[in-house]
Design a protein around this ligand. Structure first.
Ligand SMILES: [Zn+2]
Ligand SMILES: [Zn+2]
Length: 353
């Protein structure tokens, strides 16, 4: 590997991003240096790029975004025995404290001291290299592509949603919102043995992709009578599990009507509205269980194992690929072409021949 400087995409203020030379980081005792093979553009990255803030997280200093990545170990710290240079790994981007009540109970995604890549002021990995503690690096089987490795991050949200919602093979699942997360919730559902997967989205391109990726049927919430159609398609049996991944207030409220009594709703999409009215009577009367999902915990090893011998495909959600040097175009594609782009993938070490 080269030493000294590397390319990194630095965002200094909203809508302003450019490649700059920064120092290649040096791994500490329990860390490894990763040569980033590919890294996705996430909705949160685009949000920081556009607005400079998500809730209480504000971009005050120039920042490197990006947190969905896989790459090759090129150097390890003195105390590292579990990985060596040449290993291919997926990077789990949130490093928890390990000592709090949440960490000790296994729910480390709720750790108040978690350090998460590309969440201000923490830098992400739209760069040629990154250093990470080895316990957050997950070795990829030879048969698994780097792209799938990078997509384990958004897949993990779907995997966690399945775990939270106690998914079972005989669930009849409805996923509202078919962006990258909704589509990957569908793939996670398959890994949990679910075969009846319905989806809704207002964007035709997303519905078509969902069908190509194995959804049973898809609907346009603006045009279709979804409740009636689901009733027909399930022979009156109804939906047992809803995963709401749009964040749309209407879709969130409707989920109570679309799930059957005794069913479960997992809320993944963060609402764009401050408050969302809910039909609490139906929720209570129907004994509907509801769950929130914040990122994920303990999903990487399980997802790698489940994916390895399955035919479930994640890569179909990649619609665009860019070299890191084209970062501006990459982010703009994700920001402005929502009708034709799902996942934009960046290749930091790609050099045109
Ligand atoms: Zn993400
Ligand atoms: Zn903790």
């Amino acid at each position: 590997m080269k030493s000294g400087k590397m390319n990194a995409a630095i965002m200094d203020k909203p809508l302003s991003i450019a490649i700059k030379q920064v120092d290649i980081p040096v791994p500490g005792e329990h860390e490894a240096l990763i040569k980033v093979h590919c890294i996705g553009v996430c909705g949160s990255d685009v949000h920081y790029y556009e607005h400079g803030q998500i809730g209480r997280y504000i971009v005050k200093e120039p920042i490197i975004l990006g947190h969905e990545l896989a790459g090759e170990v090129v150097k390890v710290g003195k105390a590292v025995t579990t990985l060596s240079p040449g290993d291919r790994v997926a990077v789990e981007p949130g490093v928890a404290c390990g000592n709090c009540e949440y960490c000790k109970s296994g729910r480390y995604n709720l750790c108040p001291d978690v350090v998460f890549l590309a969440t201000p002021p923490v830098n992400g990995a739209w760069a040629e290299y990154i250093v990470m503690p080895v316990s957050y690096l997950h070795k990829l089987p030879d048969s698994m592509s780097y792209e799938t490795g990078a997509l384990l991050e958004p897949l993990s949200v779907g995997f966690h949603a399945m775990q939270r919602g106690s998914a079972k093979p005989f669930d009849r699942l409805l996923i509202t919102g078919l962006g990258p997360i909704g589509l990957l919730v569908g793939q996670a559902a398959k890994l949990f043995g679910i075969t009846e997967i319905y989806g809704t989205d207002t964007v035709a391109f997303r519905r078509e992709l969902a069908l190509e990726m194995g959804f049973t049927a898809v609907f346009d919430p603006a045009a279709d009578q979804i409740g009636e159609k689901l009733n027909e398609l399930t022979d009156g049996a109804g939906i047992t599990l809803v995963v709401e991944s749009s964040g749309n207030a209407r879709a969130m409220a409707d989920s109570v009507k679309l799930v059957k009594r005794g069913g479960r709703i997992v809320f993944v999409g963060l609402p764009t509205a401050d408050t969302v009215p809910m039909d609490m009577a139906s929720l209570i009367d129907g004994e509907i269980d509801t769950y929130g999902v914040f990122r994920y915990a303990n999903t990487y090893p399980a997802a790698i194992q489940a994916l390895q011998r399955s035919a479930v495909d994640l890569e179909s959600i990649i619609t665009h690929r860019y070299a890191l040097t084209d970062i501006k175009e990459a982010v703009e594609t994700a920001r402005t072409r929502k009708d034709t782009s799902i996942k934009v993938m960046i290749y930091p070490n790609f050099v045109a021949e």
